[in-house]
Structures are given as C-alpha cells and as structure tokens.
Ligand binder design. Structure first.
Ligand SMILES: Cc1cc2nc3c(=O)[nH]c(=O)nc-3n(C[C@H](O)[C@H](O)[C@H](O)COP(=O)(O)OP(=O)(O)OC[C@H]3O[C@@H](n4cnc5c(N)ncnc54)[C@H](O)[C@@H]3O)c2cc1C
Length: 428
C-alpha cells in the first residue's frame, strides 16, 4: 500500500487548513475531497471571524478572496405585525485589521485548495473516502473506491455528519435533536444597491440577523450577509422544534414567508436567485465534541462538532481553520521528535489551551438556554409591543413616555419568569 505522512479526509476549511500547514512544512500530504472542487459542497451563512485565526497563517489572509469586511451589525426582532432593528457601527470595525469578513465558500475554499497545492500538498477531488483502514484499533489509512493509501496520521475533516468516522467506530452518529438545518439563497444585487440598503461605505459589509417571526417562534433565526455583488440570505432552524411543531411548517414556505415579510421584502427586492443550498449544523456545543484523537487519527472542524450558535452569531469556520492548524502543528512536532504517539495528546492540549475549546466551555449551557421558546416568541413580540405603544398616537390624550414604557415593561418583563431567564443568562 502506498504510504504518505498524512491523509486528510474532506476538503472544507478544516481539512484545507491542516493540509496547508503540513504542506508548508514539507510533509507529504494527500487531501481527498468528494466534491467537484473544494467549496462545491460547502455551505455557510457567510461570516468568517478572522481575528481569532489571523496569527495562525498570517501570510494567507492578505490575499484571501473575501467578499466584504463586516463593518455594520444589524439585529432585527420580528414581532407580530412589527419589527425592531438595532443597527450597530463602531469605528474600530471599519478600520484595518478587520475583525470579520463575509465569504462565499465556492470561491474561498477553492482558493485555499490552490494554496495547499502551491505548497506541495496533493488535493484529489471528485473522490469519496469510503472507509478508514484499521489495524486493530489503529487507523492506518483510507480506502477510496479501489484505492488504498496508508498514512502515519489520518485527519478526519469530513464535516458534520461524520459518516466515515462513524463507520470505523470512532464516534457515535450525532443525534439529530442536537442539530439545526440551515438553508440559504444567494441573491445577486448591484453593488451600489447593497451599499444603500445597509448604509455602507463602498466595499464595506453588513451582518444582519433576525429572530422571532422568521422561524415562527421556533428555535433558530435568519441571517443576511452582504457580499460584493450578492447577499447570502437564509434561515437556521432547530431540528427538534421543526419536527415537533404540530403545524409542521414546510421549510420552503418559511424562507418564502421571510422574504415576503414587509421588513425584508425591500431589502431583497430585485435580487436574482443564483444559488440555493442547505446543510446541517451542530447546536450541541461542548457536549457534541467527541474524543478529538485516537490511535492514528485526529478529528477536526465540524467532524469534531466544532460549531457554536451564540444567538448573535454562528461560528464554525474559524474553529475549522484553527483545529486544522493545531492538527498540523501537532503532527509537525511529532514528526520532528520522531514520536507520533505524542501527536494526539499534543493536539488535544493545544485545543484545550487555546480559545477554541475555551469558547465552547464558556458557551456550554447555550443549547439549554436557547431551547426556551420564549426567546424566539415572547421577547421579539414584547419588544415590538413596547415600541408600538411608544410610537402610537390617536385622538385620545396620550400617556407620558414613562407610563407608556413602564406599562409595557411591567406587563412583559417584570415577572418571575423573565427574572429567572435573566439569571439563566449568567451561564451563557
Ligand atoms: C446555514 C449555515 C450557516 C452557517 N453560518 C456560519 C457563519 O456565518 N460563520 C461561521 O463561522 N460558520 C458558520 N456555519 C458553520 C460553518 O459553515 C461550518 O462550521 C464549517 O463549514 C465547517 O467546516 P469543515 O471543513 O469542518 O466542514 P465542511 O465545510 O462541511 O467540509 C467537509 C468536507 O468534507 C467533504 N467530505 C465529506 N465526506 C467525505 C468523504 N467521505 N470523502 C471525501 N470528502 C468528504 C465534503 O464534501 C466537504 O467538502 C454555518 C453553517 C450552516 C450550515
């Protein structure tokens, strides 16, 4: 059997990041991707936080094909018959180095795969890895169709479903209940139209999140990211809520209803649909992370459960790049020391000591918190009711601002349930 230093299963951001780091150090690495090219099968909302990963591969981000730096944040609470939007802009977000960028994976992952090849890594596309080859408990390579390739270490970067790892008995199949399904449309719009609709200076970008009516009160939310000449618009919906809802709303209807909402319709008007995609995303947080390594293998990215829904943002791409980077560093060190047994523990240590697993630890109770339906129904409606009261005038004498605000606050926020929920927020 042909043998190389490292085989990477899957050419998303986790696999590509690992392969890049390894190839840059001259290790013999083969990455196998089942899609027509890296990026072809990858779905994301669209915002990559670069600040956490900037120092990992500093040379990469200068020329990366980002869409727009995110300089403006919008959060819209969609109530019944109303919506409340917070727009946030800070000078530091509009200055270099930018904290985060919108990306389109078909472009971004393809570019990263080219960087891997430039460093001497081999990227094989249109090829599915069928099995991991094991000798006892040790993973010693992969089988893809008729071909078998051996490796000192196999990096599993196959994404959220983890089918190959599961088949080899390395991890349980993740429970559907801890997952969300995301579906997204890419709509083309002229650059200037995008700038005007989100109050952007040329080449600046916006991240716009939606809660409440967008998911009809179910766990999840809507997202809208501005690209150079398109917008990425979609919904992430908790599978448990989606399945258990008696009215069984069709997902397709949800996205159509979202686009038809009076708040959203003017934002997406005249957008030409150029892509539709859907994908699963882990919502399990820390509890969804399996054993990160075993004899002969390391787990990275979504395959290792590294995605986090923090309500105001969804993260996974930065974790994918970081886990790939640490996997590469651990292998490089193990090779230098001629001690491959040290690779797994070293990888886990790096992950634990870095922001990666610390961020998961910090957010470990988030799933429990967001399982509360009031977050997606009561609060968006309550905020809407408050502003409705404030802004409404009729032919009767009007109440003072204080009375208007306090009557709403007393009714919707000053109660034991809200107090408990506020206390619960300490844990997220
Ligand atoms: C709707 C949605 C919105 C999101 N929004 C954001 C966001 O705004 N910001 C953010 O940071 N994260 C976001 N995420 C999460 C983020 O997209 C993922 O965490 C990230 O893509 C994980 O990268 P990965 O490389 O681990 O997995 P993937 O990108 O899924 O890559 C896995 C690769 O492995 C390949 N593969 C699978 N099986 C095999 C096999 N047997 N053989 C060969 N190849 C195989 C696949 O084709 C794929 O290319 C979002 C996710 C979704 C679904």
């Amino acid at each position: 059997m042909e043998k190389v230093d490292v085989i990477v299963v899957g050419g998303g951001l986790a696999g590509l990041s690992a392969a890049y780091g390894l190839a840059a150090e001259g290790l013999e690495v083969i990455l196998i991707e089942r899609g027509d090219y890296s990026g072809a099968k990858n779905v994301t909302g669209g915002r990559l936080y670069v600040s956490p990963i900037r120092n990992m591969y500093p040379e990469l981000w200068e020329d990366a094909p980002f869409e727009r730096p995110v300089t403006r944040e919008f959060i819209t609470l969609m109530g019944e018959g109303n919506s409340t939007t917070i727009e946030f802009a800070a000078d530091k977000f509009a200055a270099q180095p930018y904290q985060s960028y919108t990306v389109l994976r078909a472009t971004f992952d393809l570019w990263l795969s080219e960087q891997v090849m430039e460093k001497g890594g081999m990227v094989i596309v249109k090829q599915r890895v069928d099995d991991l080859i094991k000798e006892g408990d040790k993973v010693i390579g992969i089988r893809a169709g008729e071909d078998e390739i051996g490796a000192d270490i196999t990096i599993i970067a196959e994404g959220v479903l983890g089918l190959v790892a599961n088949k080899a008995g390395l991890r349980e199949l993740p429970s559907w209940k801890d997952h969300a399904v995301g579906f997204k449309e890419t709509l083309e719009l002229p650059k200037e139209v995008i700038d005007n609709r989100w109050h952007l200076a040329p080449d600046e970008g916006a991240a716009h999140l939606f809660m409440g009516g967008v998911t009809k009160g179910m766990l999840g939310g809507g997202f809208l990211y501005t690209n150079k000449e398109s917008i990425s618009l979609g919904i992430v919906l908790g599978m448990k809520d989606a399945k258990e809802r008696v009215d069984k709303i069709d997902i397709y209807t949800l996205l159509d209803d979202f686009k038809a909402n009076p708040t959203i319709a003017p934002l997406v008007a005249d957008g030409e649909l150029v892509e539709y995609s859907a994908h699963v995303i882990s919502e399990a947080g820390l509890s969804g992370i399996p054993q990160l390594w075993g004899d002969g293998y390391l787990m990275t990215g979504d395959a290792a459960g590294l995605a986090l829904n923090q309500l105001y943002t969804v993260r996974g791409m930065d974790f994918a790049v970081a886990s790939g980077y640490y996997a590469a560093q651990a292998i490089i060190e193990g090779k230098k020391q001629n001690d491959l047994d040290a690779v797994g523990p070293a990888y886990e240590k790096m992950m634990k000591e870095s922001w990666v697993l610390k961020d998961f630890e910090t957010a470990k109770n988030i799933l429990h918190f967001i399982e509360n339906p009031r977050i997606f129904s009561h609060y968006p409606n309550a905020v809407g009711r408050l502003f409705d009261r404030v802004f409404t005038l009729n032919d009767q004498p009007t109440d003072s601002i204080y009375t208007k605000v306090m009557s709403s606050v007393k009714k919707d926020f000053m109660n034991v349930t809200t107090a408990k929920e506020l206390l619960g927020m300490r844990k997220i």
